[in-house]
Design a protein around this ligand. Structure first.
Ligand SMILES: *[C@@H]1O[C@H](CO)[C@@H](O)[C@H](O)[C@H]1NC(C)=O
Ligand SMILES: *[C@@H]1O[C@H](CO)[C@@H](O)[C@H](O)[C@H]1NC(C)=O
Ligand SMILES: *[C@@H]1O[C@H](CO)[C@@H](O)[C@H](O)[C@H]1NC(C)=O
Ligand SMILES: *[C@@H]1O[C@H](CO)[C@@H](O)[C@H](O)[C@H]1NC(C)=O
Ligand SMILES: *[C@@H]1O[C@H](CO)[C@@H](O)[C@H](O)[C@H]1NC(C)=O
Ligand SMILES: *[C@@H]1O[C@H](CO)[C@@H](O)[C@H](O)[C@H]1NC(C)=O
Ligand SMILES: *[C@@H]1O[C@H](CO)[C@@H](O)[C@H](O)[C@H]1NC(C)=O
Ligand SMILES: *[C@@H]1O[C@H](CO)[C@@H](O)[C@H](O)[C@H]1NC(C)=O
Ligand SMILES: [Cu+2]
Length: 568
């Protein structure tokens, strides 16, 4: 009798499970969008520019979805450059064809052509963003992705009265494509930007910008969810609101254990969701961002972008300005980045199958004797800037994407010998001998079996100069189990790992002259680039690629390539 009771109960349970999954399936929506990439007149800093935009908007359209929804976006390229779009942080489970990085998962969409990206958001809630992943086009081609809880689900915090998206950007008073082309020719560093922006507007500390300054409305007593995205090309940014504290509740579309702070630091690629309470006298308060510049002596854009937190019934007096940290305030940046925890105990892998140690940093390429001086304008005469991971400066293929080459087994596009550890052991963060400064070039990948439990120790180097690098992995969220300064020491630093509630991220802020340790399970087949999200460094080769094999059965296998996948 007891036996058949159990059977009945199990049948009931599975029936309920089917019902509830049908219900959530019925609630999940598919969102259709058209993205027209086109040249648009954009007036900033007293001048009108012909900028590449999506649908004539700068920043581009915001995608608003619920966890579990699917997105179908037809991108039509009516501009004059090759382009691809990357859905930054979207896991793209089995849909690597829709990830977007040029020559990694697809060939570029040429002018006059189109490509339809199809993917599903699963298990992610919070804020992500999308951006061009081709040359420097993301300077003006980007927008937000807001992922609300599944229909019927709630936030893990009281429902805020308002929900605002603030995209931090970087503006050149020139065509950004000209800026990077000029630098690529000369071998030197590209020109620094002329402004930072909040939702595309520099704000009233810049010339000709005051009347368009972004205003964020709030009423006394309200709580507002503010979604902050660092979409800047090349700069980590501090972010503050005068007289207001933040409660951090999420980052990179994962919830975090709430903590309070009065300053945020985001590297390019990172997002942070915060709650603010309108508990100050009705007035106008500046929302401000400026550089966290960790490289000693390197030029950077030291301007400040502002928006205004505008209380209802505030007198129209001058907004109150917050005091931002010093540009080189690594202590404040570190206090912030080390405050993150997951909300509870996580599934961080504890048994590791693949343990990689990867150095990341700049380098200098010696020019051949007959090279023209004007093409060798690196910081030391006769050199060009370069960058590498484990001494390999990553070179993009040009005739096939890595994913096509992997999927169709096309030989000669990449090699599988990316080293699991540095070829030479040295004092990574000390005074590195110049004989070690020049990496080799290559399209080298690291193969992972489906389901491998991976640990990567990322070690910053002091080659030429050390700085903070925002390291972004495509196709995965990873746990950041530890970070620190100096050279990673497995004997003493392993004891500091947080294997209980480490935060889940898609971009880790690698400390200047320091290291970070990440862990993930390779459960998403495809070719996934891990790179510094400072565009200036990607171009120099600060990247590598994981090739993750299919597992067993359809659910562990990459989908077939879409029919309209661009060819090179
Ligand atoms: C870069 O800056 C230099 C010096 O200010 C200027 O002459 C040059 O035109 C700039 N390049 C671009 C592409 O704007
Ligand atoms: C604003 O314009 C003035 C006059 O052209 C110039 O001197 C000043 O440097 C500009 N300020 C900024 C922040 O660009
Ligand atoms: C920004 O840099 C310029 C040029 O180096 C300098 O004159 C100015 O004082 C700096 N501004 C700030 C706020 O540090
Ligand atoms: C930060 O810069 C200031 C000068 O702007 C300098 O005095 C200080 O030593 C620097 N701090 C660090 C940690 O580099
Ligand atoms: C560096 O290169 C410039 C030309 O680009 C040349 O005029 C100068 O003499 C060189 N300096 C040294 C130290 O070689
Ligand atoms: C680093 O080493 C080089 C060559 O050995 C030496 O010239 C330089 O002074 C050293 N720099 C520091 C900061 O120790
Ligand atoms: C990188 O490889 C080159 C070429 O083999 C070598 O000269 C250089 O010392 C290496 N540097 C490092 C940091 O391994
Ligand atoms: C655009 O992409 C095509 C296909 O990969 C390539 O042949 C062409 O050279 C690219 N054009 C530019 C300007 O990069
Ligand atoms: Cu990215």
């Amino acid at each position: 009798m007891a036996y058949s009771n159990t059977i009945v109960r199990n049948m009931l349970l599975s029936f309920l499970l089917i019902l509830s999954s049908l219900a959530s399936f019925a609630n999940a929506k598919t969102h259709y969008h058209g993205f027209i990439v086109q040249e648009t007149k954009v007036k900033r800093l007293c001048k009108t520019h012909n900028s590449i935009t999506v649908n004539g908007q700068y920043p581009g359209p915001t995608l608003e979805v619920n966890n579990g929804d699917s997105i179908v976006i037809k991108v039509v390229n009516k501009g004059r450059y090759n382009i691809t779009i990357h859905w930054h942080g979207v896991r793209q489970i089995r849909t690597a064809w829709a990830d977007g990085p040029e020559f990694i998962t697809q060939c570029p969409i040429r002018p006059g052509r189109s490509y339809t990206y199809r993917f599903t958001i699963s298990g992610q809630e919070g804020t992500l963003w999308w951006h061009a992943h081709s040359s420097w086009l993301r300077a003006t081609v980007y927008g937000g992705i807001i992922i609300r809880p599944k229909q019927g689900d709630t936030f893990p915090f009281p429902k805020p009265n308002r929900d605002s998206l603030l995209l931090l950007g970087e503006w050149w008073d020139a065509n950004p494509i000209d800026v990077i082309r000029q630098a690529t020719r000369s071998g030197g560093a590209p020109n620094i930007s002329d402004a930072y922006t909040i939702n595309g507007q520099p704000g009233d500390l810049y010339n000709c910008s005051s009347k368009d300054t972004i205003k964020v409305p709030i009423s006394s007593g309200e709580t507002s969810l503010i979604r902050v995205v660092n979409a800047a090309l090349n700069q980590q940014l501090f972010f503050k609101i005068a007289n207001h504290k933040f409660t951090v509740v999420g980052a990179d579309a994962s919830y975090v254990k709430p903590f309070t702070t009065d300053v945020l630091m985001l590297g390019p690629g990172q997002t942070t969701d915060v709650l603010i309470k309108a508990d100050q006298p009705p007035a106008r308060y500046y929302i401000a961002a400026r550089a966290y510049a960790s490289a000693q002596g390197a030029p950077f854009d030291n301007t400040t972008t502002t928006a205004i937190l505008n209380y209802k019934n505030a007198p129209t007096s001058k907004p109150i300005m917050p005091t931002l940290p010093a540009f080189n305030d690594t202590a404040t940046a570190t206090a912030f980045t080390t405050s993150f925890r997951s909300p509870g105990k996580t599934l961080v892998p504890t048994q590791i199958d693949e343990n990689l140690f990867i150095t990341a940093g700049l380098g200098l390429q010696k020019c051949p004797p007959k090279a023209r001086a004007r093409n060798c304008q690196g910081p030391i005469n006769g050199t060009r800037f370069t960058a590498s991971m484990n001494n390999v400066s990553f070179v993009l293929p040009s005739n096939f994407s890595l994913l096509q080459a992997h999927h169709h087994k096309i030989p000669g596009v990449f090699t599988t010998d990316f080293p699991a550890k540095p070829p030479v052991t040295f004092d990574y963060t000390g005074n590195v001998s110049q004989s070690l400064w020049q990496p080799i070039r290559g399209t080298r990948v690291y193969k992972l079996k489906y389901g491998a439990k991976v640990q990567v120790v990322i070690q910053g180097t002091n080659i030429f100069t050390a700085e903070n690098h925002p390291i972004h992995l495509h196709g995965y969220d990873f746990y950041v189990v530890a970070e620190g300064f100096g050279n990673f020491n497995p004997k003493t630093d392993t004891a500091k790992f947080n294997l209980v509630d480490p935060p889940l991220r898609n971009t880790v802020s690698l400390p200047v002259k320091g290291w970070a340790v990440i862990r993930f399970v390779a459960d998403n087949p495809g070719t996934w680039i891990m790179h510094c999200h400072l565009d200036v460094h990607i171009g120099w080769g600060l990247a590598m690629v994981f090739v993750v094999d299919n597992g067993v059965g359809q659910l562990e296998t990459l989908e077939q390539p879409p029919k309209d996948l661009p060819v090179c």
